[in-house]
Ligand binder design. Structure first.
Ligand code: GTB
Length: 218
């Protein structure tokens, strides 16, 4: 039996691959592991059946045999540890790749999520226009540091790893912000990630789910 992940039955990102099941799909594609997807609605995510898998009532989850996992980072790490291709064999390089996963999730993603949340929940509030430049500057600080680290390299630490996979996915959420245009090395880094065949397959799969959720035109 292949592992089963959960995803939105109709993603609010309209198939842009920004929801976090995309990271898990991409990791599974990179290692060549087939998977099943169970689609859930917002209401189903809050029901006991899903809460038994995910205490916060979110996607993605991952089930494989007796193992049930939540948190996209933990799921990607598990996949990377179980299969070759997403973590280096050398123990020090492996530890550094895992550090980049944590950096993406714990240092780079939070200010990006805060900006998205502000747009979603506060954009009609009188303080939003004043707050946005502050949120943008917090992101810029991280992007500048990341761009300096990356330099002319293709990936964050040697070969492509789970650290790059998570980082590219985290950065993609800035697509509509205009901020990435200020950091051409990062824009090129994201493009390299998106060009990977495994990414393309994962993206197509989640887009197909969104398209099937839409009523036929007319
Ligand atoms: N830390 C957890 C992880 O990494 O797995 C966070 C999981 C999470 O936030 N899941 C979201 C969710 O289930 C979906 S991905 N939300 C439903 C809820 O909390 O009730 C977040 C997401 C949603 C939408 C967009 N978008 O529209 O662009 C992007 C990202």
């Amino acid at each position: 039996m292949p592992p089963t992940i959960t995803a939105f039955e109709s993603s609010p990102d309209r198939g842009q691959g920004l929801a976090r099941d995309m990271r898990v799909r991409w990791a599974l594609e990179e290692v060549g592991q087939p998977y099943d997807v169970r689609l859930v609605s917002f209401a189903q995510m809050k029901q006991p059946q899903h809460l038994a898998l995910h205490p916060f009532g979110q996607i993605p989850t991952y089930e494989d045999g007796g193992l049930a996992l939540f948190e996209s980072g933990a799921i990607v790490l598990h996949i990377a540890q179980r299969h070759a291709g997403l973590l280096p064999d050398d123990p020090d390089a492996r530890a550094r790749a895992i550090a980049w996963m944590f950096a993406a999730l714990g240092t780079v993603e939070p200010p990006i999520v805060e900006r998205s949340a502000a747009w979603l929940m506060e954009r009609d509030k009188p303080w939003y226009a004043q707050r946005l430049p502050m949120l943008d500057d917090r992101i810029r600080e991280r992007l500048a540091q990341l761009s300096t680290h990356l330099g002319e390299a293709d990936w964050l630490d040697g070969a492509f790893s789970a650290g790059d996979l998570i980082m590219v996915h985290v950065l993609r959420r800035l697509g509509s912000s205009g901020l990435l245009e200020e950091y051409p090395r990062l824009a090129a880094y994201i493009a390299r990630g998106e060009a990977r065949p495994a990414y393309q397959r994962a993206f197509a799969a989640q887009l197909a789910v969104f398209e099937q959720s839409q009523p036929p035109p007319g």
